[in-house]
Design a protein around this ligand. Sequence first.
Ligand code: NIG
Ligand code: FE
Length: 418
Amino acid sequence: MGRVSMLITNIGELVTNEPAPDREGGPLGLVRDAAVLIEDGRIAWVGPSTHATERLARPGERRDRQEADEYRAHWNDVVDVVDAGGRAVIPGFVDSHTHLVFGGDRAEEFAARMAGRRYEAGGIRSTVAATRAATDDELRTRLAGFVAELHSQGTTTFEVKSGYGLSVADEARLVRLAREVTDEVTFLGAHVVPTEFADASDDYVDLVVGDMLAACAPHARWIDAFCERGAFTAEQSRRVLEAGAAAGLGIRVHGNQLGEGDGVRLAVELGAASVDHCTFLGDADVAALAASDTVATLLPGVEFSTRQPYPDARRLIDAGVTVALASDCNPGSSFTSSMPFCIAVAVRDMGMTPAEAVWASTAGGAAALRRTDVGAIRPGARADLVLLDAPSHVHLVYRPGVPLVARVWKDGAIISGR
Ligand code: NIG
Ligand code: FE
């Protein structure tokens, strides 16, 4: 079988996340009036629409041998031409932090919070009870619904954490279910201490680093720990993260969500790919992040849904920290699966520009997952793209709450829209 090629042309604004001297938009690497050629699920070529149209219409006018070779390599097999009608195309969103395998919901807890109650880590335990009570098929059906939600809002790569099982058997089934829908699976046995270990948190950590890790590591790529008051101490978190790393997993951390603490410094010290939340940071935390390869992943849905102060993205970016945005979709602190919503809030309330927020939810998410095949529209990358019903990426913020995602491709195939 020959190559299957598709050309998306007449793109008013293409966000490549590949800056170049002839491209505007700083890190977004904008190409105006652009075209993208896709071959076998990968980006094959990016350039001006006029160039693409000439190649297809007048193949006889090739100027030299190199161009003739390029033509044979790419343009002979174009079978499908999509006219973007002057609209914008951006890379698919990379949501590097979700907790999508769970039973029940916590709408009443949310309503109570909106009436003045504080958010506390302990709420996680009520979702643990509902998750343990759910069958695999119930969880699988729910998960499939969330995946459809993610796709329809432009997310093409997403991470899923366990953490609502908290027994060996339940955590193992959560990572297995997560693995059915994504390669980016995180074992979060250290989410909170379950009720049956209420006065014996160190015994629970023994279980996490022992039998639970052994059962979960084969299905996971990452280890995570919630290093926070009401969850795990720095020492307990370190034990879990080091054991995960010894089992071959990459490190991510939940830290500094409810107050200043040790999460960020621990993450940096252990070379974590990402430390997530980063709501309460001291100057030493910011300096440590800036001097590291650890991404600071900010989760605007959490502060929105818990009525906490927002993290200061401006302070982090100005210090040189790589910032990602993610949904943290979970039933307790942030029950949104919408990256456009997170982008709008991050710009409105966290000091980011629209360009920074779009970068953080695409290339930033990819950096947080240490992925180079997603998050940018460049030759060789996966053909994960979003066509917006809008002329530019700015409209994602300018038109909050409006469904602007018109069509979504993953690996070159349409997964949402027409
Ligand atoms: O990322 N911080 C810890 N875990 C989740 C909250 C989970 C819950 O409240 O159920 C979070 O916010
Ligand atoms: Fe989380």
